[in-house]
Design a protein around this ligand. Structure first.
Ligand code: BJW
Ligand code: ZN
Length: 256
């Protein structure tokens, strides 16, 4: 049975969307769950890989000690993503950007599905799984052309890929535990959070910083803040409204 938003809250939130001047949205893995992307902490296939918990393999320490293993993990993840499509949550947020005077969308996801849904200027706080970055010169290259990372297709590169600019090893262009976010991306998202009057926090466990600073900034700035998540999180008690439900069912019901 799909989640039905309580009618008074639905009316309240539609009204706020109609009158909001600036809306800020932070999304996490849950927004892509209905597309078939595994979450990190919700159990399932990708939480543990070859006996390693994801926070061990998606870490700066692992990058330093075993870059080929990190590539193997992200190649596996890209294979999982290859045929997946944006869901109603991604599509609703993309449609809001067309209707609202200003919408700032920040995501912790590396899957690129917000952009695939049509969202523009997405602040990808944790990078993008479809890009490689040189460990020395920082040059970036797309991995989209590799039709089959297992090597069956002609486009497959060596692992780790060698930078075409300087000849050094490349790495996945994602932010691993213990690493800083890309220069400027948090700051730009924080500007959106500080300036908003309405904030949505969608499908995140609300555990990972500095991403979770963003809705805290919105709250501190006085924004009305709404969480959408089937589970209770550490942020739930701080929000003005929490909707316990799936993003792909809840967000379309807020459309106004
Ligand atoms: C649905 C749904 C549906 C399901 N609809 N919802 C203490 C100790 C050690 C470190 C730290 C510490 N305190 C802070 C830190 C730093 C650390 C951190 O925050 N750790 C905490 C976990 C404790 N942060 C960092 O290291 C960051 N860097 C940093 O702080 O730099 C400064 C620094 C430098 C040097 C040393 C120390 C500090 C970087 C964080 C990078 C996170 N990277 C990852 C991996 C990306 C690459 C990859 O894809 O593998 O990003 S970790 C992982 O978590 C991934 C996610 O983006 C991120 C957040 O996960 P998210 O989105 O919340 O997903 P889940 O799975 O946890 O939750 C899904 C939610 O969806 C659930 O709530 C479900 O209920 C819900 N849901 N279905 C709506 N249909
Ligand atoms: Zn290079």
């Amino acid at each position: 049975m799909p989640t039905q938003i309580e009618p008074a809250l639905q009316t309240e939130l539609r009204g706020r969307l109609r009158t909001a001047r600036r809306v800020f949205v932070l999304t996490g893995a849950g927004v892509s769950a209905e597309s078939g992307v595994p979450t990190f902490r919700g159990g399932g296939q990708s939480a543990v890989w070859k006996g390693l918990p994801f926070d061990a393999i998606s870490s700066y320490r692992m990058l330093q000690t075993d870059l080929p293993a990190v590539w193997e993990w992200f190649d596996y993840r890209r294979e999982q993503l290859r045929d997946l499509r944006p869901n109603l949550a991604h599509l609703t947020l993309a449609a809001w950007q067309e209707k609202l005077p200003h919408l700032c969308l920040a995501t912790q996801n590396v899957d690129g599905l917000h952009t695939a849904a049509g969202s523009r200027d997405v602040h990808e706080l944790h990078g993008n799984i479809w890009t490689a970055r040189c460990t020395e010169c920082g040059a970036r290259e797309s991995l989209r052309e590799e039709t089959n990372v297992k090597g069956a297709a002609t486009g497959a590169r060596e692992r780790p890929p060698i930078c075409r600019s300087c000849g050094n090893a490349m790495r996945p262009d994602v932010v691993l535990f213990g690493e800083m976010l890309p220069a400027g991306v948090f700051e730009r998202a924080a500007e959106g959070a500080a300036a908003c009057d309405l904030c949505f926090v969608v499908g995140t466990s609300s555990l990972v910083y500095p991403a979770m600073r963003l809705p805290e900034i919105a709250l501190e700035a006085g924004a009305y803040t709404v969480e959408i998540n089937p589970e209770v999180t550490p942020f739930s008690a701080l929000c003005h409204a929490t909707i316990q439900g799936r993003a792909g069912e809840v967000l379309p019901q807020l459309d106004y």
